[in-house]
Design a protein around this ligand. Structure first.
Ligand SMILES: NC(=O)c1ccc[n+]([C@@H]2O[C@H](COP(=O)([O-])OP(=O)(O)OC[C@H]3O[C@@H](n4cnc5c(N)ncnc54)[C@H](OP(=O)(O)O)[C@@H]3O)[C@@H](O)[C@H]2O)c1
Length: 334
């Protein structure tokens, strides 16, 4: 009987929110952390009982005890940090967005290809069983021909100009953070999008958006209306409409439930439980791909990252910038 490849050993760059989410999902398979600070590296390693803590990212990339690096730094640094790992011959999972624009994204994909390394943009919801079920039944014609996708991902984040969500230097703005979530399922169902128009209210006195609304269409004429926001009550949903029915998915990021509406039938609830959120499903996909010798995942292939980055570029190029109608009432940090 063929011997199965051992599970890959992971290292994480950064010690923020996503790094902790990964540590929770990976358990003992996370073996090392890299931080810009010795103290933060030690504290993270202590919290998660990791054998190795590096006080810089280059040493993590070069660590022979690490097979896969998870890049969990803010998005302006995804490109340089991913290159660091790929040049050291490591497989890489990068938090979304893969990079800041389509040009950087293409460069990373070419580098991974040349190095023969696995590379995937983090897209935890796409790996959730309910999203995979809905994708499968839509492909099988459960709602006929898809004619539109309407998706929303709204968050309410306390305003703090120093937080990465509101700081341009840290890649701030709703689009590159929350905006990924409605765009992903839309790309999944409609393919490459033509952006017709977009609006982006900006935080007062800043060049970061607190919301973005996009009107787009796919190659076959199906339409998309998408919105993301960082200053409105939390709402997350996708509505996929076809010629004979509709599917509604609630809570994109942690979704377990959907409802299938078909002409002449009672609404049909669909349920697929997730294992403690989407992250365990995503890391299992990386393991599966590595054990099969793949450099890209069929669930989140490179073409999808490229198309997503192109759409994000187009939204930024075409958007009308507006004053933010919301009141950013929280006291700014001094
Ligand atoms: N896939 C998704 O659905 C999803 C969801 C949420 C977030 N994200 C993405 O994941 C990335 C990380 O998000 P997060 O919420 O974990 O951020 P975070 O809590 O701010 O942590 C980012 C970490 O990156 C490191 N870092 C390196 N250079 C930095 C710099 N110049 N400024 C600030 N931090 C720096 C820091 O660790 P050290 O200083 O210890 O090195 C910091 O702890 C972002 O790109 C975000 O958009 C993706």
């Amino acid at each position: 009987m063929a011997k199965e490849n051992p599970a890959p050993r992971w290292g994480v760059m950064g010690t923020g929110g996503r790094a902790h989410a990964l540590a929770r999902a990976l358990g003992p398979h996370l073996t090392a952390v890299g931080s810009r600070s010795h103290g933060r590296a030690r504290a993270f390693a202590h919290t998660w009982n990791l054998p190795t803590a590096h006080d810089n990212y280059a040493d993590l990339a070069a660590d022979p005890g690490v097979d896969v690096v998870h890049v969990a730094t803010p998005h302006p640094w995804h490109h340089p940090h991913t290159l660091l790992a790929l040049h050291a011959g490591k497989h890489v999972l990068v938090e979304a967005p893969l990079a800041m624009n389509a040009s950087q994204t293409t460069h990373l994909l070419h580098t991974a290809h040349a190095a023969g390394c696995f590379l995937m943009e983090g897209s935890p919801p796409r790996h959730l069983p309910i999203h995979r079920l809905v994708h499968r039944i839509v492909a099988q014609g459960a709602i006929g021909q898809v004619s539109s996708v309407h998706a929303q991902y709204h968050l309410q984040i306390p305003y703090d100009p120093a937080h990465r969500h509101f700081d341009l230097e840290q890649g701030g703005g709703a689009l590159l953070d929350a905006g990924i979530h409605p765009l992903r399922p839309t790309h999944w169902y409609l393919g490459e999008l033509t952006v017709v128009g977009a609006t982006r209210p900006l935080a007062p006195g800043q060049m970061v958006d607190t919301a973005t609304t996009v009107l787009a269409h796919g190659a076959g004429g199906a339409t998309a209306t998408l919105s993301c926001a960082s200053q409105t009550p939390s709402t997350q949903q996708a509505l996929i409409t076809g010629t004979t029915g509709q599917i509604q998915i609630q809570g994109l990021y942690r979704a377990e439930h959907a409802v299938l509406h078909r002409q002449g039938h009672a609404p049909q609830p669909l349920y697929r439980p997730a294992q403690n959120g989407a992250h365990p499903h995503q890391s299992q996909e990386v393991t599966r791909c590595l054990q099969q010798g793949r450099t890209q995942s069929p669930v989140m292939p490179w073409a999808h990252s490229r198309a997503l980055a192109q759409t994000l570029d187009r939204v930024r190029d075409t958007a009308t910038l507006l004053p933010d109608p919301a009141h950013l009432t929280s006291t700014p940090r001094t």
